[in-house]
Ligand binder design. Structure first.
Ligand code: ASP
Length: 518
């Protein structure tokens, strides 16, 4: 069976099983707070250390502490017309709110003497019937996520070094290299901005019911301005950069430089290093393909866990997110790139699209730029009539480095989750944070290998860099495959447009069978 059908099937099975758990297994709502009635009001007697309410907030102190007084509970905060504030005068009032709530709901607790209410996700009573049944699925989901994270650093490092050091096999980067990189970076930025605009207009994450625990501790890393983002890109110590998934920018920065300087090293070192990293990359690819083949099981476990804990509400939010990404991909591939083809390259977008048919279809069905590479090279050279020199320079590097679709997707995905955390938690989606996301989305798309779901794995690094929990990305895995098929198609389309435009600017005559103007 084709892997995407298998993923879809396992996803449906997971959702179904989660729904059954949700419907038939008992799970009392729980916040882990014991209270007592005092003369002045309801006082917190003790807090269970497993409770979301006992975790630290932004300032690093526990959200709720024993001895504090609960004044009111706010439900449906941020939903105009539905918001209700329930005064808590006796312990019974609190029980009453809990009995009317569902696991996964979010409530805000107003504490006497605090100027801001604290958000607490309602959990299920630890050890309850449903909790016990969900345990094995949580276990599988956690292991699966760890495996994905394990891949990040070695894959990014080896794929970038191999890509950059392999360019032209020792030939200088020169003019063609400059143009190619210029094209990669500018189209990726255009894609990211398209995504940024759409996600800020549609706001799929604001008030979304994702059932994720609001983050307990946001490190407001990107509070600083744009210069800090770039300053943080340069590692002081590469090994400490390798050891933290949130420092991916630094790893990529180092890998780009390292790959470039391999081409500058004398023989035999140049060849030796290139071959070494090429081999390491091949091994990592085999490993990644194996781990990614486990996606159906990971998705099953994740869906049982999420639906079993919080129900089906999240699917509505995810649908809006999918539409936002798809819309962005359509705008970029059907408007932005064709305009470049037409006005920079002087090439008819429609004719070029027809010539690229086989490559685009392969990209769509494999979700892998790397697997599509032989087909796209053939299409660009034979059907598109671009010279072998330009094709073999622009496409192989583009397959790992130039990923417009992935870049757009990273931006929308991360901001979607950030919007969610900004409504439910104390996270602030500042301009500085958005700038950080833009830069990181570009880097993540450069760092992503041309294999299925690589973009999702890279998203974990942006989330970590922002100080957001990575559980959000696990949720996006549920709908990743269709988006992956679409974004891979856009990645390949952009590579091919790049080859055509660069061929034209290099004075090649017969691109797509259309003679050069003049
Ligand atoms: N699957 C994509 C590609 O190969 C990468 C990604 O996951 O975004 O181009």
């Amino acid at each position: 069976m084709k892997i995407h059908w298998k993923i879809l099937l396992f996803m449906a099975a997971g959702a179904l099983l989660g729904g059954v758990f949700q419907a038939f297994l008992d799970a009392p709502a729980w916040i882990g707070v014991t209270v007592e009635d005092t003369e002045t009001g309801v006082r917190i007697k003790s807090l269970d250390s497993r409770s979301p309410a006992a975790k630290a907030d932004v300032a690093g102190s526990a959200k709720l502490k024993p001895g504090e007084q609960i004044a009111a509970i706010i439900r449906n905060r941020g939903k105009p017309g539905q918001e209700e504030a329930i005064p808590v005068r006796t312990a019974g009032d609190l029980d009453d709110v809990l009995s009317r709530s569902q696991v996964g709901d979010l409530i805000w607790i107003e504490v006497a003497g605090k100027d801001r209410p604290v958000s607490v996700n309602i959990a299920m009573q630890p050890g309850c019937q449903r909790d016990r049944w969900l345990e094995p699925f949580r276990f599988v989901a956690d292991i699966f996520l760890a495996l994905l994270k394990m891949l990040i650093v070695p894959v990014v490092l080896t794929s970038i070094i191999t890509g950059v050091s392999g360019v032209g096999s020792g030939r200088d980067f020169g003019r063609l290299g400059g143009k190619t990189f210029g094209y990669y970076v500018s189209t990726s930025f255009l894609a990211i901005f398209t995504g940024l605009i759409l996600v800020n207009v549609i706001r799929p994450g604001t008030g979304a019911e994702l059932g994720l625990t609001p983050s307990d501790k946001f490190e407001q890393v990107a509070e600083q301005g744009i210069f800090d983002v770039f300053r943080r890109m340069v590692p002081e110590n590469v090994f400490s950069a390798f050891s933290a998934n949130g420092q991916m920018l630094q790893v990529i920065f180092f890998a780009l430089l390292f790959g470039f300087f391999i081409t500058r090293a004398p023989e035999p070192h140049r060849t030796r290093m290139r071959e070494f990293f090429q081999s390491a990359f091949e091994v990592m690819m085999k490993m990644a393909v194996f781990i990614l083949s486990l996606i159906p099981y990971g998705v099953l476990a994740l869906l049982v866990k999420v639906v079993g804990e919080t129900g089906f509400g999240m699917f509505r939010a995810l649908a809006v997110y999918v539409v936002t990404v798809a819309l962005g991909l359509i705008v970029h591939s059907c408007v932005v790139l064709p305009l470049l083809l037409r006005f920079v390259g002087g090439i008819s977008p429609w004719q070029w699209f027809k010539a690229m048919g086989p490559a685009l279809m392969t990209a769509f069905s494999t979700s892998s730029s790397s697997m599509t590479l032989p087909v796209s090279m053939e299409a660009v050279e034979k059907r598109g009539k671009v010279s072998n020199k330009t094709t073999s320079f622009v496409l192989p590097l583009g397959a790992t480095i130039n990923m417009d679709g992935t870049a757009l997707y990273e931006c929308v995905g991360v901001i979607f989750l950030a919007q969610f955390y900004a409504t439910v938690g104390d996270f602030q989606l500042t301009v500085g944070n958005q700038v950080f996301v833009v830069v990181m989305a570009l880097m993540a798309s450069i760092g992503a290998a041309g294999i299925p779901s690589a973009g999702l794995v890279m998203m974990l690094t942006i989330l970590t860099g922002l100080g957001l929990p990575v559980e959000g990305a696990a949720l996006l895995l549920a709908v990743d495959r269709p988006l992956d098929m679409m974004r891979t198609m856009v990645n390949v389309w952009s590579d091919s447009c790049g080859a055509a435009i660069i061929a034209r600017t290099e004075g090649e005559g017969q691109v797509a069978g259309i003679p050069a103007p003049g």
